[in-house]
Design a binder for this molecule. Structure first.
Ligand code: PEP
Ligand code: MG
Length: 893
């Protein structure tokens, strides 16, 4: 037997979205609850998938099911499809699982031909109306099915209006419309080599095929990509009896939202047109009227519409977007769906629905989208003012900024000090550029990905950043950018939108970020629900303060190298690196000690009572020195034989030698992390001493300090054993020195080398906690260089669907996630109390947070500006996980 591929509206319900699409499922649901919906049926998304899979051939037997459904419509309406007397007309409309407004095709008035149009004219006593419907069908059908461009039809219509001396479509005479259908037929022959099909069954089949095919039209493909809608969902097709909003002045059509979609205010919001069909509202030919005036024009219809709208909102427990038509004073509903809304409205509506008793807090939390929070928590741009888009790179850190272009960190700092707003533009940034990043409003790089230095630092600071924008060429020497045949030089204005990756020429006005009272409420509810703790990646007292304001429950990652880069410390750090002997190095470290101690004191003070996880130095030492090319250039510029330049030449030569000696072919896999601490134990000793001395000083001042020392890049238990013993010995010494004082502290490790994950049971005995450094763990598990992959092959991989997501943004749960799962369970098998969390960039990503909940981590740590998002996502993750657990238990019971 053939599979059922056609469902009458009386056979479906709201739960059948996957099969019937959103529109089909909701039309069935409205029919089920007795609302005035024109009769019809839905052809399933499965049929669409089969059609697209089999080289655009409709699945077997489907036309028989459609013919039966049409016969049923004829029987129930008493009309005849294609008949002269009382003709049945239908609309053929797309309806995907996830709403994609306006992206696919629709055909109205199907079933008209040269005969039935006559019948319609007679039946309604209104030939003008009948031929208006006919010419609309011919245009829509011609465009959607045969690809004849609208312009050809529009030209003929315009000509007709000129001839009749009228401005508006409504003023065209019946004869005019009759003439136009004749002209349209010639237009078919000219552009499609065939006349308009007179056989209505052929019309129907071609229309259904075209709507299925419109799943793959370019705008639908782009929309799915932007909104991450799977390409394999397919669209359903709804065939529905026509009702007419264009029969006269007691007719009309419109769209209402049950609440205002931009502010969330309660009350009907929308617009309508008297004597019009649906596409007139969309086409913008006539200006629709606000829905409130319908109250005066058609009070009964307005009353009924308000009642129905209210009822639908109660039924779906969400703000609805409702399409309606009024035919001779009678209201019909053509669609209802959850209304699209902006961030502010989304939060207000969700909170109001809870207050009104319609939703539970959990349901409201589940409705919050990460993109909405990003919009609210960061500055945005005024979209209407985006005129001159130059390029699009990776959306590395959300928020928007406008500033004057500068090409190096020193100029950025200098210009910012003189009160200018600047955008730092670099091929890529290194730790050396940190002061420029700090001074700039936003950062643009042509290389590097989502975990490149610029991206990580900018996110940490909450600054907009666009990375890996390969279509711009940066010429540092000439101080200019080349893009798309244009050149922009230092001092010109740029606007960046770090949320979308757009680079725009000139100044685009910005919209401020805000934490609204509704967001505060939501965050409180999230905190009541979630079990995952949310900590911050913060390296300065300022970051710590921001993190706390956003609700962080501690610091999960303090990258100490960022402290080494302050202007006061960098020269001493460089002295330490350039030291010829251990003594010299120890001397430099002694100078750094009080400074580093003060950093920790200030952070502990901010985080009073909350844990602070401090990671000992991680990056390779060459990152603190100028790069070799720069030094060579400086040397060349000194010129030959000038005696007074000799000391500088010597200094630069020594520096260059050191830089060259530190050069590594593959620094990410080189001497960094704990390897550094093993080769130069005095560096980690200094940091440990600074941590404990700062902690004791804070305790004396009445501050509650919970330090956690974290050893990076461990791959072997022996590394951690050695370094743990060294930290403990030093701690004993310092605490003992201070007359046997007690201080609770922890020592743990990052798990970011695959071997560490694989041998977690051997590492756990030496670790109080595991913090998964998923940036490195992703890099090393996939063998993708963090700095290069996104700018090079990753986009190709994603475009070709070899990967569904960028693994540096959304955790690769199958691979990297499997390592995490194994490590958690192996670690806890030998140490049940082991604390676990993640601190890579994935700690602020919703899907990755869901994974962390599923595998039982204790916390996620992310940049301060992502804390609200992580709090909400953690609550959503718990709700989902808890639901799954309850279902499992119920099944087992
Ligand atoms: C990581 O690797 O995930 C991490 C947090 O460390 P970093 O990004 O500093 O290497
Ligand atoms: Mg790392």
């Amino acid at each position: 037997m053939n599979q059922k591929q056609v469902y009458g509206f009386t056979e479906g319900n709201a739960g059948m979205k996957t099969l019937l699409g959103g529109k089909g499922a909701n039309l069935a649901e409205m029919t089920r609850v007795g609302l005035p919906v024109p009769k019809g049926f839905t052809i399933t998304t499965d049929a669409c998938k089969a059609y697209l899979h089999h080289e655009r051939n409709l699945p077997q037997g489907i036309m028989t099911q459609i013919t039966e459904a049409m016969a049923d419509l004829e029987a129930r309406t008493g009309q005849g499809f294609g008949e002269r007397e009382n003709p049945l007309l239908v609309s053929v409309r797309s309806g995907s699982v996830t709403s994609m407004p306006g992206m696919m095709d629709t055909i109205l008035n199907l079933g008209l031909n040269d005969e039935s149009v006559e019948g319609l004219a007679k039946l309604t006593g209104n030939p003008r109306f009948a031929y208006d419907c006919y010419r609309r069908l011919m245009q829509m059908f011609g465009n959607v099915v045969l690809g004849i461009e609208h312009i050809h039809f529009d030209r003929l219509l315009q000509q007709l209006k000129t001839e009749e001396g009228v401005m508006d479509d409504q003023e065209v005479s019946a004869d005019g419309w009759i003439r136009l259908t004749g002209l349209y037929n010639s237009c078919y022959i000219k552009h499609a080599n065939r006349p308009f099909p007179q056989n209505v069954h052929e019309q129907l089949q071609l229309a259904i095929e075209a709507v299925f095919g419109s799943w793959n039209n370019p705008r639908a493909i782009v929309y799915r990509k932007i909104n991450q809608i799977p390409d394999d969902q397919g669209t359903a097709v709804n065939v529905q009896c026509m009702v007419f909003g264009n029969k006269g002045n007691d007719c009309g059509t419109g769209v209402v939202f049950t609440r205002n979609p931009s502010t969330g205010e309660t009350g009907l919001y929308g617009e309508y047109l008297i004597n019009a069909q649906g596409e007139d509202v969309v086409a913008g030919i006539r200006t629709p009227q606000p829905i409130q005036t319908l109250h005066e024009e058609m009070p009964d219809v307005y009353e009924q519409l308000s009642r129905v709208a209210n009822g639908l909102e109660l039924h779906y427990k969400d703000m609805q977007d409702i399409e309606f038509t009024v035919e001779n004073g009678k209201l019909y509903l053509l669609q209802t769906r959850g209304g699209k809304r902006n961030a502010q409205a989304a939060l207000k509506i969700a909170v109001d629905l809870v207050t009104e008793g319609l939703l539970r807090k959990e349901d409201a939390l589940n409705r919050i989208e990460a993109a909405h929070l990003d919009q609210l928590l960061h500055r945005g741009i005024d979209e209407a003012a985006v005129k001159d888009l130059l390029a699009t790179g990776l959306p590395a850190s959300p928020g928007a900024a406008a500033g004057q272009i500068v090409f190096d960190a020193d100029t950025a700092e200098e210009w910012a000090r003189s009160g200018k707003q600047v955008i730092l533009v670099r091929p890529e940034t290194t730790p050396e550029d940190i002061h420029g990043v700090l001074a700039a409003e936003g950062i643009l790089t042509s290389r590097g990905g989502m975990t490149s230095h610029a991206a990580v630092v900018a996110r940490g600071m909450g600054k907009p950043c666009v990375c890996g924008c390969e279509s711009i060429r940066i010429q540092l020497e000439e101080k200019r950018i080349l893009v798309d045949g244009r050149s922009l030089t230092e001092g010109e204005w740029l606007t960046l939108d770090g949320g979308s990756g757009r680079v725009i020429a000139g100044i685009v006005p910005l919209r401020e970020a805000e934490i609204t009272p509704e967001l505060e409420r939501m965050l409180e509810w999230a905190d009541e629900v979630r079990t995952l703790k949310v900590l911050a990646n913060a390296d300065s007292p300022q970051d710590a303060r921001t993190a706390r304001e956003f609700g962080a429950e501690g610091i999960g990652l303090c990258r100490t190298e960022h402290m080494f880069l302050s202007p006061a410390k960098l020269p001493i750090v460089q002295k330490m690196i350039l030291a010829e002997s251990k003594e010299e190095r120890v001397q430099a470290l002694a100078q750094l000690l009080p400074m580093q101690q003060q950093d920790f004191e200030e952070i502990f003070e901010q985080m009073d009572g909350l844990p602070v996880t401090i990671r000992l130095l991680d990056p390779p030492l060459h990152e603190f020195l100028p790069n070799s090319a720069e030094l060579q250039k400086q040397l060349a510029q000194l010129g030959e034989g000038q005696a007074d330049a000799e000391p500088e030449r010597r200094r630069l030569t020594v520096l260059l030698q050191k830089v060259n000696s530190l050069h590594e072919a593959n620094p990410m896999l080189g001497q960094r992390g704990c390897r550094l601490g093993i080769v130069y134990p005095e560096i980690y000793d200094m940091q440990t001493e600074a941590i404990f001395k700062a902690a004791l000083k804070c305790v004396d001042a009445g501050i509650k300090v919970l330090p956690e020392i974290m050893i990076p890049l461990v791959g072997h238990d022996s590394e951690l054993k050695l370094l743990r013993e060294r930290v403990e010995a030093l701690a004993r010494e310092i605490l003992g020195e201070e007359k046997g004082r007690r201080l609770d502290y922890k020592i743990g490790t990052m798990i970011e080398v695959p071997r560490a994950a694989l041998t977690a049971h051997r590492i756990a005995p030496y670790a109080d906690f595991f913090s998964f450094g998923t940036n490195d763990l992703t890099q090393m598990t996939l063998g993708y260089s963090r700095d290069d992959a996104e700018g090079k092959f990753l986009t190709h991989y994603i475009d070709q669907k070899l990967l569904s997501h960028n693994p540096f943004q959304v955790l690769d749960t199958e691979g990297v996630g499997r390592l995490i799962e194994m490590a958690v369970s192996a670690g806890r098998s030998v140490k049940p109390s082991l604390k676990t969390g993640i601190c890579g960039e994935h700690g602020g990503d919703k899907e990755s947070i869901f994974f962390c909940q599923r595998v039982g981590l204790n916390y996620v740590s992310c940049s301060p500006y992502r804390i609200p998002l992580a709090r909400i996502a953690a609550a959503q993750a718990w709700i989902q996980w808890n639901g799954e657990q309850s279902r499992e238990t119920a099944k087992a019971g």
